[in-house]
Design a protein around this ligand. Structure first.
Ligand code: NDP
Ligand code: 8X3
Length: 250
């Protein structure tokens, strides 16, 4: 079995790559940071699987087409695409928002997911099998204060997940949305533009999920019986009920 995981240089994508490699899946791992991809490849190969790295920016359609178009016929036999690459940039009222951050989020979370999927869906369609897992968010289920454009981008992911499931239905392709609440990765550091104090503050007083939790759920979703598709999975740590309610012990 073979999976293509976007955004595998950190966080969920990296944890998902390890989980699948431990279970003998060959992997195509992507991200912009080539050095991290090479380090990851070396670690994954120690688990005895074949690994291909592709360094590209999901926002750049030409880069996506060139990278994924370069796969030879063996590597193109992708059983699972995990559309995971994504980010939040900024946290504040929409009226004070930075349009460069809006572009980054929409271009990465929405258009990047589309560009990557555009290259893989025809392959799955021809093979009449495959599975696409889109990493959404609780932010794609509810809109919270100061979340605005990030929430909008993840609502778009939710809509695309549902659309893909409908349009790919005739081809036996599974489509699953995995929608996590707060999990500690590089996500908050990116959101707060490298400010580690602010990033740590996000997890003050409670235990968020870990990237390995999302990897476990992704593994589960990818391994259901052939006739079963998990459509939509929303998961949070036990300290969180949804985007609004977090039980903090401060
Ligand atoms: P991390 O910041 O730890 O990892 C993000 C990954 O996305 C990195 O591998 C990064 O690689 C990649 N990425 C970002 N932008 C681009 C780009 N333009 N082109 C290619 N790759 C890119 O965050 P998480 O692991 O937490 O986030 C993964 C996904 O999960 C995102 O879609 C996020 O929105 C979502 N999510 C996160 C939650 C959380 O609380 N952590 C909760 C719910 C959803 P590189 O920088 O090397 O390009
Ligand atoms: C990331 C989780 O709560 O920051 O998607 O929106 S949250």
């Amino acid at each position: 079995m073979r999976a293509l995981i976007t955004g595998a240089t950190a966080g969920f994508g990296e944890a998902i790559a390890h989980k699948f490699a431990e279970n003998n899946w060959d992997l195509i791992v992507t991200g912009r940071r080539e050095e991290r991809l090479n380090e990851l490849k070396a670690k994954l190969e120690q688990k005895g699987v074949q690994v291909k790295t592709l360094a590209f920016d999901v926002r750049d359609r030409t880069q996506v087409e060139n990278a994924l178009g370069s796969l030879d016929s063996d590597w193109k036999e992708i059983d699972l695409l995990v559309n995971n690459a994504g980010l939040a940039a900024g946290f504040g009222p929409i009226q004070d928002g930075d349009p460069d951050n809006w572009d980054r989020m929409i271009d990465t979370n929405v258009k990047g997911l589309l560009y990557v999927s555009m290259m893989i869906m025809p392959i799955m369609q021809e093979r009449k099998k495959g599975h696409i897992i889109n990493i959404g968010s609780t932010a794609g289920k509810e809109v919270y204060r100061n979340g605005n454009v990030y929430c909008a981008s993840k609502h778009a992911v939710d809509a695309l997940t549902k659309s893909m499931r409908i349009d790919l239905l005739p081809f036996g392709i599974k489509v699953t949305g995995i929608c996590p609440g707060a999990a500690e990765t590089e996500f908050a550091l990116v959101r707060f533009d490298g400010d580690s104090e602010k990033a740590k503050g996000v997890y003050n007083g409670y235990t968020p999920m870990a990237a390995t939790d999302i990897a476990e759920v992704t593994w589960y979703a990818a391994n259901t019986p052939p006739n079963l598709c998990l459509n939509d999975i929303v998961l949070t740590s036990l300290a969180q009920a949804n985007s609004f309610y977090t039980e903090k012990k401060l």
